[in-house]
Design a protein around this ligand. Structure first.
Ligand code: ADP
Ligand code: MG
Length: 136
């Protein structure tokens, strides 16, 4: 059975390294986002570059790809009502300094690059990103 919207979440290297995966997943579950599938992996720089290619013109692109491939990550499919938007709200602003109290990035983010989580920004991109990691 599947009747909810889906989004892709990534627990980035800084958060995996600090063993925050279970704490972050519990925030999703408390907010009615079901973790449908999850896998831990370590991307190569080329794979990170492919994943983040929408950002290839940005000045921080190279740094971003180096960072995402710097250590293990955990990727997961979240499902629930308005999953894309709900996940973005739970994550908080890109820069942890600007993230609201109680958000994942406010709680755990270290800096704008080490901001602990990724979340798809639209339903269309969620489909592309889920397919990138899970072929479904
Ligand atoms: P978000 O992850 O909130 O969707 P973006 O899609 O704009 O943010 O950017 C992707 C990632 O690139 C961010 O999570 C962050 O780690 C990094 N990033 C964004 N802006 C900057 C910046 N000005 N300097 C360094 N890294 C950045
Ligand atoms: Mg983004």
């Amino acid at each position: 059975m599947s009747n909810g919207e889906r989004t892709l979440s990534i627990i980035k290297p800084d958060a995996v390294e600090r063993n925050l995966s279970e704490k972050i997943k519990s925030i999703f579950l408390k907010n009615n986002l079901l973790v449908l599938d999850t896998k831990k992996l370590h991307l190569s720089k080329d794979e990170a570059a492919e994943f983040y290619k929408v950002h290839q013109s940005k000045p921080f692109y190279d740094q971003l790809c180096n960072y995402l491939s710097s250590g293990p990550i955990e990727v997961m499919i979240l499902e629930g009502e308005n999953a894309v938007l709900k996940n973005r709200e739970l994550m908080g602003a890109t820069d942890p300094k600007n993230a609201k109290d109680g958000t994942i990035r406010k709680l755990y983010g270290v800096s704008i690059d080490k901001n602990s989580v990724h979340g798809s920004d639209s339903v269309d991109n969620a489909k592309i990103e889920i397919n990138f990691f899970f072929n479904k």
